[in-house]
Design a protein around this ligand. Structure first.
Ligand code: PMP
Length: 470
């Protein structure tokens, strides 16, 4: 009897094997067709990615999945993998070599080691020191032996302090259990994506954007879909275009206002518009608000915390507001289910953030004046830099917040990477090339993490360098 059953099992396993081979044969056929399509597109001068063709394909797949009784999300994820493989076999124009702020920083550091004084505007790090009470608290707690593991989300005392802080600062009602203390905002981005995205899911990224978003989406197996914004539109995202970018495979939108690199902050209407789209299309809105305190507009910071009806993850950090980059502490807030999911990932990867750092963070939350003062300093720097840029052959948006200016170089034929390297070599000024933030190759990003006088001197040298180009 059991022998008969075993034979049956073997027969079925063989059938599964044959079906899998058949699927592979079909994939091979699909791939060679895609290569042919690629050649045709190249001959006609069409771009490789074709959103309207993808939309038609995805709609048909959703219908087919329904008819076959296959889960729609699974069918869409599989479709994404097929689309990406198809893109891979199509002939591409030669890739542009894009340098990032890290590449330029490395070159600047090499010059510094040779004794050259470089005006550093590459890395997005404020020069502020952490408040002395914060340093003192970390030291005292470490001395008192508070260097143990804590619960993965962080100590209740810190999470309650963060919940109280967002209540006071944004009038947002969140419970301590929805809060997780993370290894900086950067790890918050990873937790948000890892808890939301399965391989093959799509995530909308609003460009120009902090490069980590796209790399992190890819790292968790997702596919970033870019919504470009334009200087001519004041970097305002177009909501119709956003709606069009959303497909049956989309799971989340990442947004970052005030923005790195543009300094754009959204008005309430657009912010709410994005929230409503996320809600309508059942997407998670991942809102990176690490620059919430660097706000020069005089009006309230718009935060996703004021829209608890949408599925969201807020990302925040102590790095910018209090000059605590090296403490590596930030936080995320979301609905409880997702917070538990993110806490499980954090627990698996790092257990928790250091206990004495958690106490330092509690202390920082009391230093509201310091955060205000830092914001005021950034505002003055942005003002001075924009004024100094005014006569130069560049166009830019005067930042509403954050700690960057993102000018376009209005000199024909210049590429941001080449510009950044030559500027460093010729004038010892380091900036981040625009291509690292998306399709903005004739832009560069200036970081305001230096005293005003140094920044203004940097702009003067940029002006001198630009005059040799035009
Ligand atoms: N988000 C944005 C937009 C950033 O620019 C940065 C830092 N450059 C971070 C998050 C992460 O900062 P941290 O990990 O130090 O909190």
């Amino acid at each position: 009897m059991s022998c008969v059953k075993d034979n049956e099992l073997d027969r079925m396993r063989n059938e599964v094997l044959e079906i899998t081979k058949e699927i592979l044969r079909l994939v091979a056929k699909r791939q060679s067709l895609c290569a042919e399509i690629g050649k045709l597109k190249q001959a006609k001068g069409l771009s490789i990615e074709d959103p309207s063709a993808e939309r038609i394909l995805r709609e048909a797949i959703t219908k087919e999945a329904l008819a076959l009784g296959i889960e729609k999300d699974f069918a869409q994820r599989l479709t994404t993998q097929l689309i990406e493989e198809c893109i891979k076999v199509q002939p591409k124009p030669p890739e542009k070599k894009v340098l990032t702020h890290r590449d330029i920083a490395r070159m600047a550091e090499a010059l510094e080691r040779q004794g050259v004084r470089v005006i550093r505007m590459d890395v997005g790090e404020p020069d502020f020191r952490a408040p002395s009470v914060v340093v003192e608290r970390a030291y005292q707690e470490m001395k008192a032996g508070r260097s143990r593991y804590t619960e993965p989300k962080g100590k209740q005392e810190l999470r309650q302090a963060i919940a109280d802080y967002v209540k006071m600062r944004f009038d947002a009602d969140v419970k301590a259990d929805q809060v997780i203390a993370t290894m900086g905002g950067a790890f918050g981005v990873y937790l948000a994506l890892a808890s939301t995205v399965s391989p093959g899911d799509e995530v909308i990224v609003i460009d120009p954007s902090w490069p980590i978003y796209k790399s992190c989406v890819r790292y968790v197996g997702g596919r970033p879909i870019v919504l470009e914004t334009r200087l001519e539109d004041g970097w305002e995202p177009n909501l119709d275009e956003l709606n069009e970018k959303i497909s049956a495979a989309t799971k989340a939108i990442i947004m970052n206002y005030p923005s790195n690199p543009t300094g754009k902050a959204l008005g309430k209407k657009t912010f709410k518009g994005i929230v409503e789209i996320a809600q309508d299309r059942k997407l998670t809105l991942i809102s990176d608000e690490v620059y919430a305190d660097y706000n020069f507009t005089g009006s309230e910071h718009n935060t996703v915390l004021n829209y608890p009806e949408v599925s969201y993850v807020l990302i925040s950090s102590f790095s910018k507001s209090w000059g605590m980059t090296g403490f590596r502490v930030g936080f995320v807030i979301s609905d409880l289910d997702r917070a538990n999911k993110m806490a499980a990932i954090q627990s698996m990867l790092i257990t928790c953030i250091p206990e004495f750092i958690q106490y330092a963070a509690i202390e920082a939350l009391k230093c509201l004046d310091e955060a205000k003062k830092n914001s005021e300093v950034m505002r003055e720097r942005a003002e001075a830099v924009c004024k100094a840029l005014e006569p130069l052959p560049v166009s830019f948006y005067k930042p509403d917040g954050a700690m960057y200016v993102f000018p376009r170089i209005d000199v024909k034929g210049i590429d941001g990477s080449e510009f950044a390297v030559k500027l460093l070599e010729n004038k010892n000024v380091s900036v981040a090339p625009g291509g690292a933030f998306g399709n903005y190759f004739n832009y560069f990003r200036m970081s305001l993490g230096q005293p005003k006088e140094v920044l203004v001197e940097g702009v003067k040298r940029i002006g001198e360098f630009l005059s040799t180009l035009s």
